[in-house]
Structure formats: C-alpha cells, structure tokens
Write a protein that binds this ligand. Structure first.
Ligand SMILES: [Zn+2]
Length: 237
C-alpha cells in the first residue's frame, strides 16, 4: 500500500454506487437533514459500531465513542455531543453501550498506572479498587464481565447526574437513559439497565456500591436467555 489510501477511496465509490442503485434519493435525503432519535455512547472498540449492530441507516443514530464508554463530566467532547443531542436534535433515548471483554476495562485490573488512558479510566479503576475483594473473588473471565456491566451502570448514573440531562427532565422533555451490553462473539445486545427517565427515578436508584455488594454474579451467565430469543426470532423468519 502506498502513501494514499486509494483502495479505501475506491470502496467509497463502490458504496455510493450501490447505495444510489438501491435508493436513488438516499444522498439527497441525507443532505436535507439528520433526525436521529437515539444518542449512542459506546466504546471505541472497532468491532462495536452502532449503526451496524442496530441495523440503522446513516441519520438514525447520533454517536459518541471513547475508550470504555466513560462519561466524564469534565470532557468537553462528550458534553458538547450530549448537549447537541438533547437540546437541538431532541433525541428521546440515550444508550450507554459497553461490551464484554472490553480491553479498556481490563486495564483497570493492571497493577501499573501512568499511561494517559489510566487517567481516563480513573473513576472505573477507583471503583474496582474500592470493591476489590468482591471482584477478585470471581474467576478472571467473570471478573472482567462483571466489571464491564458495572461500568455501564456507573456511566448511566453519571449521565443522569449531568445538568444537561437533568434540565431536560425538568423542562418536561421526554428522555430515557438505557444501559446495554454487547457480546462481540455473538453479535447480540442485551438491556441490563438501569433505565432512568426522570430526576425522581434517578434519585431513587440505590447506591452503586450497594448494587455491587448485593449482586456479585455476572449477567453474562444469563446469555442463554438472549440466545434463545435470537433462536426464536430466527425460526420465525
Ligand atoms: Zn471496549
């Protein structure tokens, strides 16, 4: 491969050709406006791409991704995306979607710290260290799965605590927060919560410390449920 990415640009032309063939008005429609109803906050992992896993067209989901789908309330990037999505696009749903086997989350178990992304992961690693006895009692794979799930729960709560989301609720805007997890090996998504749709619901959530102390198993063990749903749907089609 040379200095230019001609093969990728050629793929783009092929994509435009196929898209126009199947839907001649597609690009004209896209240029007119975007009206997504969802904001997706996901991991930067190259295998977890919102439009693909949701089978949505361009224009249907507004996307923010970073390592381990962390909601930092000092991150201008995520706050700007959030503000634009909530106040201008008026999305009704925000999905925080993590995934099992997340390399970012795995890093919080490492004894060494000091890379830039250790700063990024600090809230997650501090939470792990606080509840280390609970997490370390699990076998390694389950420990990672559980930490991936808990991280999603933590980030939904952090999102619910932002003034942007809180003000939307106070204004009476319909806005639902969701916590989902993706299994790379099966392609399946699962809703693991929490669901938060108002200030009152947010304030009623038990503390995340309590959740971790009371529920120590990983939900990945219930992946069977998700698979039977998938099989039932496949049989119907
Ligand atoms: Zn990840």
């Amino acid at each position: 491969m040379g200095r230019t990415l001609d093969s990728l640009l050629a793929r783009n032309i092929e994509w435009v050709r196929k898209k126009t063939q199947s839907d001649p008005r597609f690009f004209a429609r896209m240029a007119a406006q975007q009206k997504p109803n969802y904001l997706w906050i996901g991991c930067s992992d190259s295998r977890v791409t919102a439009n693909d896993v949701l089978e949505l067209e361009p224009g249907q989901v507004f996307v923010h991704r970073n390592i381990a789908n962390v909601v930092h309330t000092s991150d201008l990037n995520i706050l700007s995306v959030l503000e634009f999505a909530v106040e201008h696009l008026q999305v009704q749903h925000i999905i925080v979607c993590g995934h099992y086997g997340c390399g970012g989350i795995e890093r919080v178990f490492a004894p060494e710290r000091g890379e830039l992304f250790d700063h990024w992961l600090q809230p997650v690693s501090m939470f792990y260290r606080k509840h280390r006895a609970i997490f370390d009692a699990l076998p390694p794979r389950q420990r990672l799965d559980r930490m991936c799930e808990v991280n999603i729960e933590m980030q939904v709560r952090r999102l619910a605590a932002t003034p942007i989301v809180e003000n939307a609720w106070i204004r009476g805007q319909e806005l639902h927060l969701h916590g989902w997890i993706y299994t790379i090996g099966s392609g399946l998504l699962r809703d693991i919560g929490p669901h938060v749709s108002s200030v009152a619901e947010r304030d009623l959530l038990p503390s995340i410390d309590l959740c971790v102390q009371q529920d120590t198993g990983s939900r990945s063990s219930s992946e069977g449920e998700q698979r039977s749903l998938f099989e039932a749907l496949t049989e119907q089609n």
